[in-house]
Design a protein around this ligand. Sequence first.
Ligand SMILES: [Zn+2]
Length: 173
Amino acid sequence: MAEENASLWAPWRMEYIRSLSPDAKDDGCFLCGYWGQPDSDQENRVVWRTSRCMVVLNRFPYTNGHLLVAPAEHVGELAALDDDTLIDMTRATRDAVGLLTDVLHPQGFNVGINLGRCAGAGLPGHVHTHIVPRWSGDTNYMAVIGDTRVVPQSLDDLHTQLTEQAAKSGLRS
Ligand SMILES: [Zn+2]
């Protein structure tokens, strides 16, 4: 069991996976790119925005519904974020957990921030909170042996479901 959990929560894989992805950006920061392109929220799978942060579906999810909460500012440390931004991110994290609960009915969540490369940050320059929904039995031999996760729903379908529910909940207009 411990091995399964360790394998699921292996965020240092992100950097590797992203580096292999054809849409990985060689330069720049994808979160800054998303923030600067509000007209591409559908394509970038941004679920909603506040004035200070955005909630985005992770392109390389550990489980179905893996969301990221990222501030508008490109900073790598919590100490660089002002109180208003930290409060806003925490509210967005709370609302993201609520949204995922409404749509996917997970049995638990892992919520966390990786600070620094040695802690597994795939994008150490732009701090972001991971929200990973969990179900009992969501780890299996694929994750342990193949380092591959079986995510049962397409990201686009899930993005549509989440944005519709976010609109109903008043998180996005
Ligand atoms: Zn950035």
